[in-house]
Structure formats: C-alpha cells, structure tokens
Design a protein around this ligand. Structure first.
Ligand code: ADP
Ligand code: ZN
Length: 729
C-alpha cells in the first residue's frame, strides 16, 4: 500500500504530495500523522490518501512510524485543504492552521513558562531609590513591571535586554518563577436566565430553524442577535449536532464567555490568540474528542475539529479581523461556506452593518435576509448629532472637544452615567514637525512619520514597531518649537482628565492592552462602574454591552475617510454605527455626538439616521459605476524589494504579462501598476500590479496570476498575491 503524504515544511518547492510505502501490517489511514524520512531529515507529515500503487517510478521510502494511534485530521479537513490549495495556500500552511502548534514536533512542549514578579514587599519609591540613577533600563523596567505586577519573561525580553532583568533579580526587586500559564479568563458571572424571545427574535429564530443555507441577519445594535445565536445553537445541540461561533477577537470579552458558559457550561471550548500553547491544545482535544461541542472563538476557531457541524455563526461578519492579514491569507467566510456545505450546516452571518458584499448577495437571493430593525424592548436608537468642527474653529475653539460635547459629557457625569470617547488613532500626536525648518522624524525603515508617545517619551513607527527616544529640539537646526500632528488617544485621555478632573478615565488601545488579559481587565473595570469615561480606538466599538453608557463621543469621525480606497466610506459607516450602538442599551436613552470636518458627506447623512439601506443603495451604485467589488474582484500582486527599481520593474513586468493575458481572457477588465500607499515598509519598497477581474472568472484567471507571481519571485523580489485587499498599503 502507498500513502500520499504532505510533509510539514512550508516552502513552495516542497509544496506537493509525496508517496511513501506503508509498512507491512501497519494500520495507517488518511488523516494519520506520521514520521517520514525526507532527504537526510526525519519529518512529520500527514497521510491524505492511500492507493495501491505509486504514481512515480522513483524508488520510494517507507513511513517510519505513526505519531498518534488514531488519525487526528478529520476527512473534512483533507477536502478543505484541497479547496484552500486552489486559493493559493500551501499544504503545509493549511496543516498548521488545522492542528495546534503543540502537536507539531519539537515545538513548545512544556506547559510552564518563566514569569517575572514584582517583589511586593518593597514599594516603588524604595525600590527605585536602590537602583543607580544611571541604570535607566533597570529603572524603566522596574517601573513598568511595578504597574503590571507580573509579566511573562518572554514579553519583557521583547522590550528589554537580559542584563537589567538579571540585575533586578539579583537586587531582589523582582522574582523569577516558572509557573503554569494562567487559565483562560474565567468570564464574568452572568445570570444565566434565558429571556422570553421578542417577537422579532422568535420570527428570525423560526426562519433559521426551518430554513437552510446561508442567512444574513441584519439586526441593529442592541436588537438581541446574541440571543438568536444561542437559540439556534441550542437547537443544533438538541439535534445531536455541533456548533461553531465566531466573533472578532476583541469581542471575545469576559461577558461573551460568561454568556456562553452560563448557557452551555463545559460544552463550550474557547479558542483565541491569548491562550497558551498548552491551553490551546487542551481546548482543541476537547473538541476533537467530542467532550466540547460548541467552539467559541476568533477567526481561527473556524478550523475547530468538530464533526457533524449543525450551525456556523459569524457575528459582526463585516469585521476585518475575519480576513487574515498575513500569510497564510484566507477569508474566514470562504472556509465557513465550505464547512457549512460539507456538513449541510446552516451558516449565519450577523451584523448591524453588513458588508456591502454580503448584503449584495442577500439582495441577489444567495443568502436569506433576516432583519431585526428594532432594539430589544422598543428601546430607541441613540440620538446622533453631528458637530461641524470648522464652526468650532471659527468661534475660536481649537481644542479637541466641541462645546456641545463638553456640555453633554458634563451632564452625563452629573447623572452618574458612563461615557465612551472614540478616537481611532493611538499615541499622543501623529507626528512632530520642526516649526523652523520643517523637519519631521521618520522611520528609517518605512516611509512614514513617527508617532509621538508621551507615556515613555518615544517616537514609534506604527507600521514596523520601531521605537526611538523622542526629541525636544530639531536635530537639524536646533529649533526648540516642535509642532504636534494629529491627536491620538494618549492626548485625548490627558485632555479628558484635565477637562473633567473628577471623572475616572480609562483608556483602551493597542498600547494599554499589550499585556495578556489587560483588555478584559479594562472592560471589566468599566462595566462594573470602576470608571466614568472610557477612551479608546476601535477596540471599544465592537460588541460590548455596557448598560450605563448613555453618551458616546466620536472625536474625529473623518479618520477612515482619509484613506482613499474603495472601502473607506463603508468602513466609516460601519465604525460610526458600531460605536454609536454602544450608547443607551439599557434603561436610559443614549446620545451620540459626532465631530467632523465634513458634515455634508453622504456617509454621515445615512449614519445619523441609522439608514443602512440608504447607505447601501448609494454605495452599491457607486461600486457598479466604478467597477469595484462586489461587481468585480480585485487581484493585487504586491512586489517587495529592497531595491526600488527592481520592485518597480517587476511590477511593470507583471502588469505587462497580465495585459497580454487579458487578450485571451475577457474576464480581465483592467490592469494597473501603482506605487503602494506606503512606498517603503520594513525597508522593502512596495509596488503593485492591480488587476480587476470578473467575479465569476476567479477560478479560471487566478491560477494564471498566481503562477505569474511565482515565476516573478526571485532572490531580489518577492511577490504576494491578494484578492480584494483590505488595505492597499
Ligand atoms: P446585539 O448583539 O444585537 O447588539 P445583544 O445581543 O447584545 O444585541 O442584546 C442587547 C441586550 O438585550 C443585551 O443586554 C441582552 O441581554 C438583551 N436581550 C436580548 N434579548 C432579550 C430578550 N428577549 N429579552 C430581554 N432582553 C434581551
Ligand atoms: Zn517603521
């Protein structure tokens, strides 16, 4: 017997199926992990098929041994791998998505990890006094760790060298201990009551239970979509089926975990990026063995090893986190469709602001459209008012807050309500510029200006993560007056504290949530009333259900409009609707104050009245005229090279080849060479050939384009392919 084996190496040259001899009398089945000789190495692989005789005439080697007694990879996943391979993913990369890292040879086996703890017997002041003044790194590390109380050593070593760590341990100021990784955040205690469904909810649930295929659940914020999901999952479990529930990473809050645990107990398995390898493995095995039957998680949970899937739910289906932004790139919705079809499961896409693409499909009848246009218990949608910030400037108010917003915050605080302030830009100021000579500090590796962070007085590149000590004067001319660029959340937090000194303010953005569990802590503190105002980036916009929030302030609504890609209006509409939807979810009515410099933009007109339908119709007409998705697919061949002319030449070459292909393939509409929005990133120049194709011609055209990209890749240039890119950076 011959086994077809995929070897666990991610390399385009080796990305094929190899034949091996099955040892006499050995019971090996598809899905089995095996060890095989490969060149001079021994590698792990997975058997994907068996056949009586080999396809090649080469001498074959024999499988060394089985790695598990039973096949761990389900037959469905072998099919899925073939499907993903057509979408230009490598076999080995697929396998890595399917099985937890811990199962792969030689990788992290131990469950324990070194953690650093602050010695709590010594207070900050005393501790700092004992550190020499010139030992800056030690002081910074000590101060940081003092706030955090503990952190994994690995996390600390990303930022500090090992010398200060050792020095602080020797001084007895911090302790190092090997501990089992903290368990999954326990979730909040949620009362597990199962409410009576509203009329809208029961109508929707009934349609789903009696129907099949894909459903698009368009329900306004606060319409009670979660309860619909829970009922549909209950029904699946009752029928002996299993369920997958996907949420954006950031919506995987203690609240959400709590709700699912309360309803389904141990049947729920959780998958997200914050888990340790050990936890991830445990949770995976519980699903694989069938002891857990509901997989709840972010994007990667779509690969949950469940058989007999009865329902797959993608909450906030429009969210960009469902599309992986680095290799291996996949669209969660495509995988979800595949799995739903394979299992004859129902697929539910839910959102208050469906992606234009999904709504278009629903309009065409490919999806069943279900609408919940009202909030639970007839709570009104929050009143959304726009403030023209140009008027404020004319009246001499150059600050961040319009007078209207200040008044509203004051009255919310007076009434002991909570406020959320949304600004989708982190840091203190988007750049610094010398007022004398115009010098702007830029990242040496990227073609972008550095963002000023006041917290540790650094200039940081938001693209590659590089950090530099900030400057007080211009390094070119010595001038000491530096202009600050656009305001970020750090400054917003400080301004908020200054204007409302008695309010307790929390901030949530990438910088305050670097530590694991930090964001669940912030959210828990806010939801339990431990703060009055929550300032943050789009992290605060998603899915959260805080009853006491009556006011949402959108500091600069226009940010997403500045990016000139075809999705910018859609993204702006979604963000405003989502963040506005955080207000007035419980007994008290909500209000939203939206500050903008272009109040007449059509997006705001529709957003103001929560008119998704109006927005959609306007948008879809524009897409049709300009031939953008969903009327076409955009294939981007992104060329990276350290030499600018190489990148440019390769992109032009690719465009020329695509133009030639266009003569034979009428499905290609347009070919264009463009410099990327960011010319250089991580020291690689970026050029792109962008190709517009007919949506129905993807399977015919894309393999040709993938092949072109492979041929063009050389020692000097790398070509990445991407369909309907989220950003054109
Ligand atoms: P969405 O996800 O649509 O924004 P949620 O599912 O978070 O809305 O529901 C909004 C609020 O309404 C939640 O606090 C939820 O507990 C509550 N809720 C949902 N369904 C019901 C119901 N049938 N009766 C009473 N309260 C409900
Ligand atoms: Zn950079």
């Amino acid at each position: 017997m011959i086994a077809e084996v995929i070897v666990d190496i991610s390399n385009s040259e080796i990305d094929k199926v190899f034949d091996y001899i099955v040892p006499e009398g050995e019971d090996i089945r598809p899905g089995q992990r095996v060890e095989v000789p490969f060149g001079r190495q021994r590698l792990e692989g997975v058997v994907i098929a068996l056949k009586p005789s080999p396809t090649t005439s080469h001498a074959l080697k024999q499988i060394e041994k089985k790695l598990d007694p039973e096949p761990l990879i389900l037959p469905e996943f072998i099919e899925l791998m073939r499907f993903m391979r057509k979408k230009n993913l490598r076999y080995a990369d697929c396998l890595r998505l399917f099985i937890p890292g811990k199962l792969r040879g030689g990788r992290v086996r131990e469950l324990k990890r070194n953690h650093l703890f602050i010695n709590t017997a010594i207070d900050l002041e005393t501790g700092l006094k004992s550190i020499p003044a010139r030992a800056r790194a030690q002081r910074a590390l000590y101060t940081e760790l003092y706030d955090m109380k503990s952190a994994s050593e690995r996390e600390i070593l990303e930022k500090y060298s090992s010398a200060p760590v050792r020095a602080l341990i020797n001084a007895g100021l911090i302790l190092k201990e090997s501990v089992a990784e903290a368990r999954i955040p326990g979730g909040m205690t949620i009362n597990g009551s199962r409410p009576e469904l509203t009329a809208l909810q029961s109508g929707v649930v009934a349609s789903i239970l009696s129907g099949s295929g894909t459903f698009l659940l368009h329900g306004v914020t606060g319409s009670g979509k979660t309860e619909v999901y829970l009922r549909v999952i209950e029904d699946a479990l009752k029928r002996g089926k299993n369920a997958i529930m996907l949420v954006p990473e950031i919506a995987l809050t203690p609240q959400m975990l709590g709700i699912f645990r309360a309803r389904f107990g141990d049947m729920v398995s959780i998958q997200h990026s914050g888990l340790s390898d050990g936890e991830r493995f445990d949770e995976w095995m519980r699903l694989r063995r069938g002891t857990a039957r509901v997989a709840l998680g972010a994007r990667s949970a779509i690969f949950a090893p469940l058989t007999d899937v009865g329902v797959i739910i993608m909450d906030e289906e429009h969210d960009s986190s469902y599309i992986s932004d680095s290799n291996p790139r996949y669209f969660t919705s495509e995988i979800a469709s595949f799995r739903a079809e394979y299992n004859s499961a129902k697929l539910i896409l839910g959102s208050a602001t469906p992606s234009v693409e999904s709504y278009f499909r629903a309009q065409k009848g490919e999806y069943t459209l279900l609408e919940m246009p009202e909030r639970v218990n007839e709570k009104p949608m929050p009143l959304l008012e726009t403030v023209d910030m140009r008027e404020e400037i004319r009246r001499g108010n150059l600050g961040l807050f319009s007078s209207k917003l200040v008044r509203e915050i004051e009255s919310a605080l007076n009434e002991k309500n909570q406020v959320m302030l949304f600004l989708n830009r982190r840091g203190y100021a988007s750049f610094l510029r010398c007022r004398n000579c115009g010098y702007v500090p830029k990242c040496p590796d990227c073609d972008v200006s550095l963002t000023y962070h006041i917290e540790d007085n650094t200039l940081r590149c938001h693209y590659c993560g590089a950090r530099f000590k900030s400057i007080d004067s211009c390094p070119l001319c010595g001038y000491e007056d530096l202009k600050e660029g656009k305001t970020g959340t750090e400054k917003l937090e400080m301004e908020t504290k200054r204007l409302f000194p008695s309010a307790r303010v929390l901030r949530m953005d990438n910088d305050t949530t670097r530590r694991r569990d930090a964001y669940t802590e912030i959210l828990s503190e806010f939801s339990s009333g431990g703060a009055d105002i929550l300032v943050g980036t789009q992290m605060i916009a998603k899915g959260h259900d805080f009853g006491a929030v009556t006011l949402v302030g959108i500091i600069d609504a226009d940010i997403a409009l500045y990016y000139s890609d075809y999705r910018s209006a859609e993204r702006t509409f979604q963000l405003i609707t989502q963040v506005a939807g955080r207000a007035g979810r419980a007994d008290k009515a909500g209000r939203v104050v939206m500050q903008t410099y272009s109040p007449n933009h059509y997006v705001y007109k529709f957003a103001k009245s929560y008119d998704y339908r109006g927005f959609y119709e306007n948008e879809i007409r524009a897409r049709e005229l300009t031939k953008y998705p969903p009327f076409t697919k955009i294939v981007r061949l992104l060329v990276l090279s350290e030499a600018e002319d190489e990148a440019r030449r390769a992109a032009r070459g690719l465009a020329a080849e695509a133009a030639t292909l266009k003569k034979d393939m009428p499905g290609i509409f347009r070919v264009q060479v463009m410099q990327s929005a960011i010319k250089r990133l991580r020291s690689y120049y970026r050029y792109q050939a962008v190709i517009w194709i007919d949506t129905s011609a993807e399977d015919e055209i894309c393999p040709e384009l993938y092949e072109m990209a492979r041929r063009k890749t050389s020692g000097k240039v790398t070509v990445f392919t991407e369909i309907n890119p989220q950003q054109m950076l």
